[in-house]
Design a protein. Structure first.
Lengths: 103, 199
């Protein structure tokens, strides 16, 4: 299999995630875009491990991807808690409204 | 072009299209459902790369738990279910330029460096991964479990409603310092203006 396919797919997911983070206003959608970027990082880890072809390095890449998976799950939990708190205090999940510490 | 190449190409096209729909769909619930397709295609890429445990962990954790959590978040924040305006104060041209430029740059760099690299596909079984994980990575794995516990407890503490904290979202955007009791919900406000400010 060509190594370029998963790598370009990961780059596409990362750039789509960047577009979502920069252009959408709903905080939950921003969190979803961050999830897309994390998924692209795990694809990169697994692919570069597979390029190394050594069994140990291949498994090391997968272990790192597993860690990114768990950290991503923790990040979604804390992020959604923060969004709920924001909604309760400011009655909005628009990230443009959360500008209390802007200046 | 081998069969694995064709399968990878199909999964990548499906996942890329679903990811584009996640960030462009006007309905936020549709975005969450397209996210399911995108994350499933990521699991398919893992499967094609021979990482079987990672693929099923991706399905269980992301499709099973994270997307459900995101849907709960959408419901609890009473996000507008119908079509919503999407551009924020940055507009759409600047994010499109940044992400498109980065993608072209990354694609050129990847095709220049790994354009002729082929993967020797050797499937790694779950017991091999488990042996490495529990022998060489045992302490980081325990630290990861501790991190998950702490983050879940922290999420509960952050999201719990404190006594006298903040105005009720139904009462509009009342912000008076020093107020200790929650204002009673004003029904006329919510019925006259069903969409929250900012959407």
């Amino acid at each position: 299999m060509q190594a370029a396919y998963p790598l370009v797919f990961a780059a596409l997911l990362f750039c789509v995630g960047i577009y979502g983070v920069l252009s959408r206003r709903n905080a939950v959608l921003v969190l979803m875009s961050v999830e897309l970027m994390l998924a692209s990082v795990t694809i990169n880890l697994v692919t570069f491990g597979a390029i190394a072809a050594d069994r140990d390095q291949q498994l090391t890449g997968q272990v790192f991807a597993l860690f990114v998976l768990a950290v991503g799950a923790a990040e979604v939990g804390v992020g959604l808690a923060i969004i709920l708190l924001l909604y309760r205090n400011r009655a909005s999940v628009n990230i443009d409204d959360a500008d209390l510490m802007k200046y | 072009m081998s069969l694995a190449d064709l399968a990878m190409l199909g999964v990548a096209v499906l996942g890329g299209a679903a990811a584009l729909l996640v960030v462009t769909a006007r309905n936020v619930v549709h975005s969450a459902l397209y996210l399911v397709v995108a994350l499933l295609s990521v699991a398919g890429v893992f499967l094609l790369l021979g990482a079987e445990f990672l693929a099923w962990a991706q399905v269980l954790v992301y499709v099973g738990a994270v997307v459900v959590l995101l849907l709960f978040g959408l419901m609890l924040t009473r996000a507008p279910i119908g079509p919503t305006a999407q551009a924020n104060e940055l507009g759409k041209a600047l994010p499109l330029a940044v992400s498109g430029g980065l993608f072209i740059f990354l694609a050129v760099v990847i095709l220049g460096s790994f354009g002729d690299t082929t993967l020797a596909l050797t499937p790694t079984s779950t017991d091999q991964l488990g042996a490495v994980l529990y022998i060489h990575w045992a302490f980081p794995f325990m630290a990861l479990g501790f991190l998950l516990t702490v983050s879940l407890v922290g999420a509960i503490i952050v999201a719990r409603r404190e006594e006298g904290e903040g105005p009720d979202p139904l009462a509009g955007r009342v912000e008076e310092p020093g107020r200790t009791t929650r204002p009673a919900p004003v029904e006329s406000d919510t019925t006259s203006d069903p969409t929250p400010v900012g959407f």
